[in-house]
Design a binder for this molecule. Sequence first.
Ligand SMILES: Nc1ncnc2c1ncn2[C@@H]1O[C@H](COP(=O)(O)OP(=O)(O)OP(=O)(O)O)[C@@H](O)[C@H]1O
Ligand SMILES: [Mg+2]
Length: 324
Amino acid sequence: MKNDSPILSVKDLKTWFPIRRGILARTVGYVRAVDGVSLDIDRGRTLGLVGESGCGKTTLGRTLIGLEPIRSGTVCFEGKDLAALDRAEVRRLRKRMQIIFQDPLSSLNPRMNVLDIVTEGLAAFQMLKKSRREHAEELMADVGLDKDAIHSYPHEFSGGQRQRISIARAVSLKPDFIVCDEPVSSLDVSVQAQVMNLLMDLKERYGLSYLFISHDLSVVSNISDQVAVMYLGKIMEFGDVEAVIGRPLHPYTRALVAAVPIPGIHRDRRRILHGETPSPADPPSGCPFHTRCPEVMPVCARIEPDMIRCSGRQVRCHLYSPDS
Ligand SMILES: Nc1ncnc2c1ncn2[C@@H]1O[C@H](COP(=O)(O)OP(=O)(O)OP(=O)(O)O)[C@@H](O)[C@H]1O
Ligand SMILES: [Mg+2]
């Protein structure tokens, strides 16, 4: 496999959740959490995924690593279609793809001590090369925690320390790809930067690739190489961070950029968005953003725009024409 090929390649991916009603639990509709996503994640790079609450970020991240069933479309890891693998191959791949959750307290088993938490995966995959204790001490050093704390339990740590334990667990299996799902959102601002720095150090040290999910555009613009902007299950704009955040084209991206102060980026406050996001169970016709778009045109309600290449990024909007 060439090193410049994407580590993950996603084509027209859909993850829908059935809505069931009545005593027979008949399916009466679907929540279209991920609704036709195509993107590549480059090896050794960070793709930031942004968008308002409920737009499908977590579902996309979970689907990529096999935690949600794919309704249609493909996810290829190093060129291998996940859906075409047998169980042994899936198991092998699973350890190369990890996830770090927003809330470390609920994702760490309160009845396990740190030694057991961070070495559980190594034992399960028969990857212990020395004693569990030695592995645990090494992992603690990797994430900047005191090695004497391996016998403590999650509740004995601060929020930032707990997130470091989750990170130690995630990197213990030497993965290639990690979904970071809002990993610093629940932490104090003062601790956020330290945990972000740790994630970036580990990425360099182990050559990791990240899907970094966040509400916080300033965090994403700081650490991402590329950015995908998601709205109602679809990617509206995708490309290098300098283009997407620095010179946004899509009215939705422009509104997100206008809503937060990002160092070095001009804010046009007139663009700040109003109104509720429509339900992903009943998305609007045409462009899903047309009901809130400040630049809506008659065509937007009728025809869904294709993703096109324009000014050094991909964008899905009738305002633009493809580069020739
Ligand atoms: N297991 C599930 N069953 C049914 N619906 C679900 C399930 N998980 C998510 N959803 C729905 O799918 C949509 C997308 O949810 P998701 O959690 O992926 O959004 P998100 O962008 O991560 O939001 P947030 O920023 O709040 O974390 C939402 O409407 C949510 O209610
Ligand atoms: Mg989420």
